[in-house]
Design a binder for this molecule. Structure first.
Ligand SMILES: NC(=O)c1ccc[n+]([C@@H]2O[C@H](COP(=O)([O-])OP(=O)(O)OC[C@H]3O[C@@H](n4cnc5c(N)ncnc54)[C@H](O)[C@@H]3O)[C@@H](O)[C@H]2O)c1
Length: 293
């Protein structure tokens, strides 16, 4: 990385998170190589980025010119090896599956230049374990972005057991440079936000199942009494009940702690296809195509 040349970032995985991460990096002037195993995912990601930029322009957050500038910095790449070899920073945001991540990180070990900052956006897997699949665990860390990336400022910088101090410092500097707020944490289940948020959302579902009150009143109580912008059931609907269930299951699996036992009602809703906003129904009902926060 030099002060004069733009930082080259390879974003691996062009799904929900990869598209948002690519947008954030490109918007900050990085040259982004966006890679996906599925060519259609790349096409969708470019459309998603353009749509998001247009919305931010309409809201007055960005100027008109930033659409072209940002899109001009995003380069769909079909050659993983050369995208990785050219990168100063690699951010892996592929499917949350240890086997998928293992083979990709082994590939990274063979193709990334020595000293390249290697990061995984995993939510629930161990950063130390993922970094161990690659060739350089000292230069590897977690960079946990939040969805939707263009709107949420936090990035958890996750220090694996072998991550060096220099890598943490580089990661913090990189995150700040792309306009996000880095907070460093250790590689423990759920990191910071999911460790605290998921048990809270899960507990709200337990409370609903216990018949404390209705879903609407439970959410209203927490917005009015705890001054939160959104009640927990509405927030779980926004995140997706399948994503919420997977996160609380991961905490339960990793720790064995009964505090993280998934609420049976949450599992029942997911099995019934009630996934929250994206399916039109969760703890609340939504009009078709209603947009997220
Ligand atoms: N969705 C969220 O709210 C969220 C939030 C924070 C972190 N994360 C993490 O981000 C990562 C991605 O999640 P997502 O929600 O964007 O998933 P997603 O399913 O939307 O996208 C994953 C993409 O990875 C691609 N992919 C799979 N294997 C690949 C390979 N070998 N090489 C290249 N591309 C490959 C898929 O084609 C897909 O486009 C996961 O680790 C997840 O835990 C997700």
């Amino acid at each position: 990385m030099t002060a004069s040349a733009p930082t080259v970032v390879a974003v691996l995985g062009a799904g929900t998170m990869g598209a948002g991460i690519a947008q954030a990096c490109a918007g900050a002037g990085c040259e982004v190589q966006l890679v996906d195993a599925d060519p259609e995912a790349l096409t969708r990601a470019l459309a998603t980025i353009e749509d998001s930029l247009q919305r931010l322009v309409r809201k007055g957050v960005l100027d008109e010119g930033s659409i072209e500038r940002t899109l001009g910095n995003v380069h769909p790449a079909d050659d993983l090896a050369s995208a990785v070899a050219a990168a100063d920073v690699v951010i892996e945001a592929v499917t949350e599956d240890l086997d998928v991540k293992r083979s990709l990180w082994q590939y990274l070990a063979a193709h990334a230049r020595p000293g390249t900052l290697l990061a995984s956006n995993t939510s629930s897997l161990s950063v130390t374990e993922i970094a161990g699949f690659g060739g350089d665990p000292e230069s590897s860390c977690g960079l946990h972005f939040f969805n939707p990336v263009p709107l949420l400022p936090l990035v958890e910088v996750v220090r694996g057991e072998h991550t060096s101090d220099a890598t943490v410092a580089r990661a913090v500097e990189f995150v700040a440079r792309i306009g996000k707020t880095p907070i460093v944490c250790h590689d423990t289940p759920g990191f910071i936000v999911n460790r605290l948020l998921m048990p809270y959302l899960n507990d709200a579902v337990h409370a609903l199942a216990e018949g404390v009150t209705s879903a609407a009143d439970l959410d209203a109580a927490m917005t009015l009494g705890a001054n939160l912008p959104l009640g927990p059931l509405a927030l779980a609907d926004l995140i997706g009940l399948d994503v919420t269930l997977a996160a609380i299951e991961a905490l339960h699996r990793e720790t064995g702690d009964p505090r993280f036992r998934p609420a049976p009602l949450l599992r029942r809703y997911v099995r019934a296809g009630k996934l929250g906003r994206k399916s039109g129904e969760g703890f609340h009902r939504y009009a078709p195509r209603e947009e997220g926060a």
